[in-house]
Design a protein around this ligand. Structure first.
Ligand code: ADP
Ligand code: ZN
Ligand code: ZN
Length: 825
């Protein structure tokens, strides 16, 4: 037997399947989607089995044998193997990189494998005509409860076939003991090492002589039956008076296993969710749900745009569409931006669907994420909720994919594979015959235009539920405030509005845009501004730690009292960080209770959730924060939203700046007055006349879209043209310049060839220095291609990069390709 293997090697010419001979004793384990260890040159590398074949085109003498099989069951389904191929072609990345992106990180680190018998294993004992090896193996594992791989292999050397068969029959389960790196706390706990019956027998025998041991065995028997979890040694000693000697004695008898466990694994395990019932839908909601339900039931692929204003009740439509999906016996994925993976979102879905939901959170530890992933892979849940990468949930019959806030830029992955989750959702939806619902109050212009061209079915919910009004928006001109002598960061209007809220006991949300509005250090005498020595970026001042930091590479510099350039003492920090807003609030309103939410206050696990819970319980008057406060939150007593400055996003050198500003303002305004109390929004700006601010103030998405699309068409930007970006970088600028010229030459030639093949010739811009010309000590040049969708620009870029591959290897030139750049940095 031959295995076709994609190997973990970065070189372009090795980005293809290699043939390996499969030794007979490994043959039962080798299937598409398992990972293997293979000899590659002088090393042993990891690889994915793409397929197996009876014979190879290579001479048998040249075939090397596989070294090892890393998974007893495939970790990548056949559909996802194909999807990885698609990812690699579309986003121009190595196949191995695409495959690795499908797996939770825990599977990529060294982990100990553990085998356990499932409840179904009891059947193995009664089954007639079982091969002897299989029966023995299942009996061995059943008797011991949980067996580490090493032990099992020692006892059953050469019986890989029996193990594979037992796993296939569902009698034995493979799992991994994941050690979390990021300082996750661990504790020792006592786990059952034998099946429940044996533990109970032993407990009976010990009851008289050693009642504490018996008590522990009873408890562990219950754990073995699936009730509760293995108790920690600390807890046993403290609460039950069962000391370490009792545990030791039972461990020696092979009844108890002492294991390390991460503290706080499964963050939702002991949380109770308020059960929620379907609400009677409004007419608009019902009309939106109906076609989605039909597509799910008909098993036909259909993409939708659910365009509903903030507060129009999209969540209830998602919930009931999911219900319909479960009733049709199919599986569902809900994608949300990382930032709105708040307890609120999770609660809504856990509350309705309970144990059928797995949640993939970046705040989970690697081990917790792996646990959630296993629930999906093991078909123990029907719904996966998560950010971007949850789109790779290994389901087999997806009936519904929902992408909430589909316009969010966090759906684009900025490392290789540089995929956009929206494109993957549509691709997977088509493969499964699923309904794909893109939902937003402010759809991206790409999605909006496609909906109008009929590519997506358009579902509209133009009003808030129960006829609640959208909040009134006041735009305040901060230049005028300055002329009127107000030097504070609060306009008179916002100050009054805040005072009213305090008086009435209502709550306010204040948004401070993080980007560009952070503080920086500047010398008033000579104009010196602290820059990162590795990147062409101004350092951001962090008041708490009294240091300045580069947000790209992490370089840190301590605060100085004198200017490093002219030694003047007039060196100051400028701008308004959240901390400064907080201080000024306290000065204006003595006694005001503020919750500040930014990278500094939410860095530790659970902090985000805790701050929101406190705000919900009305322990604060003001929630002050960065973009984190703009998304998806729903608090009944929030009646005022203030935007400290709307301009900062506009100043970014990005053709999407106006769109991002419009989206941010609309989203944050949507936080106000979502319940019975009416809402008010105050937007402070230095450019009140800008159309993105004007349309956002008027709640006029269509008006904005019309205006913005016009200018995109004129300038040849998406959605009318597609963009591809190649970024070349090198430590030495004198090597980079000629490389950039050569790359552009190669690319130009290939793009011209596309024209002669009948397509419209793509436009090539560059090579020019990147907007950030130096990053992490490397100089950067870029080439941008604007083209129409049908053209094969990916291939032209790939080939041009290949043409420089020799250079790249010899001189450490790096070429990064991005087929759908979102951040033009
Ligand atoms: P969106 O996600 O569109 O911004 P939500 O789904 O958060 O809006 O809904 C806004 C509010 O309306 C929520 O408080 C929700 O409970 C309520 N709501 C939604 N659908 C209904 C309904 N059919 N009947 C009554 N209230 C509803
Ligand atoms: Zn830097
Ligand atoms: Zn100076």
């Amino acid at each position: 037997m031959i295995a076709k293997v994609i190997v973990d090697s970065p070189a372009r010419e090795t980005d293809r399947p290699f043939d390996y001979a499969v030794p007979d004793k490994l043959a039962p384990l080798v299937r598409p989607g398992v990972r293997v260890g293979v000899p590659f040159g002088p090393r042993v590398l990891q690889g994915f089995v793409l397929g197996v074949a009876a014979s190879s085109e290579m001479a048998p003498s040249k075939l090397k044998p596989l070294k090892s099989v890393l998974d007893a069951a495939p970790v990548v389904t056949e559909e996802l193997l194909e999807l990885a191929g698609w990812l690699s072609r579309k986003y121009v990345c190595p196949q191995y990189t695409a495959l690795a992106a499908l797996l939770p990180s825990a599977l990529k680190t060294k982990t100990e494998k553990i085998y356990a018998a499932t409840p179904a294993a009891a059947a193995a004992a009664d089954e007639r005509g079982l091969p002897e090896g299989l029966r023995e193996l299942v009996a061995y594992v059943s008797k011991r409860g949980r067996v580490p791989e090493k032990t099992l292999l020692a006892a059953f050397a050469d019986r890989a076939d029996a193990l594979a068969e037992a796993i296939r029959l569902g009698w034995i389960e493979e799992s991994r003991h994941v050690k979390d790196r990021l300082g996750a706390k661990t504790q020792l706990c006592a786990a059952p090492a034998a099946p429940a019956v044996r533990l109970r027998e032993a407990a009976d025998a010990l009851r008289r002589r050693a009642p504490k041991q018996a008590e522990l065995l009873e408890r562990l028997a219950a754990v073995a039956d699936g009730e509760g979890e293995a108790p920690s040694l600390a807890e046993l000693a403290r609460d039950a008076g069962i000391g370490p000697s009792a545990v030791k004695a039972l461990e020696a008898k092979g009844l108890v296993a002492v294991e390390t466990r991460e503290v706080g694994r499964d963050p939702y395990a002991d949380r109770r969710f308020a059960a929620s019932r379907p609400l009677p839908l409004t007419e608009t909601q019902a009309a939106a749900l109906e076609p989605i339900r039909r597509a799910i039931e008909a098993r036909t692929y259909e993409p939708f745009l659910l365009h509903g204003v903030t507060g129009s009740g999209k969540t209830e439509v998602y919930l009931q569409a999911m219900q319909a999906c479960l009733e049709a016996g199919r599986e569902a994925i809900l994608l949300v931006p990382e930032i709105s993976l708040t307890p609120q979102t999770v609660n809504a879905f856990k509350g309705r669907f309970g144990d059928q939901v797995a949640v993939m959170h970046s705040r989970l530890s690697a081990g917790e994420r792996y646990d959630e992933w296993r629930k999906i892979a093991g078909r123990r849940v029907k719904i996966a909720i998560g950010a971007r990468s949850a789109i790779f949930a290994p389901f087999s019959d997806i009936g519904l994919i929902i992408m909430d806030e589909e316009h969010e830029s966090s759906y684009k992955q900025e490392e290789s594979p540089k995929y956009h989750a929206r494109d993957v959702a549509l691709e997977r939806g088509a493969r499964h015959g699923a309904a794909v619902v893109l939902g937003s109050a402010t759809p991206s212009l790409e999605t909006y235009l496609d909906a109008h061209r009929g590519v997506y079915t358009l579902l509209e919910m133009p009003e808030r539920v129960e006829g609640r009004p959208l909040p009134s928006v006041a735009v305040v001109d901060m230049r005028q405030e300055l002329r009127d002598g107000n030097r504070s960061m609060f306009s008179a209007r916002l100050r009054e509005a805040l005072a009213e809220r305090l008086e009435r006991g209502e709550q306010s949300v204040l948004l401070l845009n993080r980007r560009g509005y952070s503080t920086f250090v500047m010398c008033r005498s000579c104009g010196y501004a602290a820059q990162c020595p590795h990147c062409d970026i101004t350092l951001t001042y962090h008041r708490a730690g009294k240091h300045s930091r580069c947000h790209y590479c992490g370089y840190t510099e301590r605060e100085t009292t004198n200017c490093p350039s002219c030694e003047s003492e007039h060196i100051r920090h400028f701008g308004a960080g959240t901390q400064r807003v907080e201080e000024e609030l306290a000065k204006l309103f003595p006694g005001i209770r503020t919750i500040r939410m930014d990278v500094d206050t939410t860095s530790h696990k659970g902090a985000h959730e805790q701050l929101l819970a406190e705000f919900r319980e009305r322990k604060a008057d003001v929630l002050l924060g960065t973009q984190m406060v703009a998304k998806g939150l729903d608090f009944p007593f929030v009646t005022l939203v203030g935007v400290i400055s709307a301009d900062t996003v506009l100043r970014l050198a990005d053709f999407r700046a106006a769109e991002r500003t419009f989206q941010l303002l609309t989203q944050v305004a949507g936080r106000a007055g979502r319940h019975t109390l009416p809402g008010e929004v105050v937007v402070q700006t230095y450019t009140p006349e800008h159309y993105s601010i004007q349309f956002a103030a008027g709640h006029d998405y269509r008006g904005f879209a019309r205006r913005e699309l016009l200018s995109r068409r004129e300038l040849g930007y998406p959605p009318y043209r597609k963009l591809a970006l190649a970024t070349l970088s090198h430590e030495d600028i004198s090597r980079l310049v000629p490389a950039g010229e050569r790359f552009a030459g190669e690319l130009k030639r290939r793009l011209a060839a596309l024209r002669s093949a009948g397509a419209e010739e793509p436009e090539l811009l560059g090579p020019v220095p990147s907007p950030i010309p130096k990053l992490k000590d490397r100089y950067r040049f870029q080439c941008m291609v604007k083209y129409r969708g049908e053209t094969d620009v990916a291939e032209a870029l790939r080939a041009s990069a290949d043409a420089l591959a020799d250079d790249a290897r010899k001189s450490k030139l790096s070429i990064q390709l991005d087929m759908d750049p979102q951040m033009l940095l």
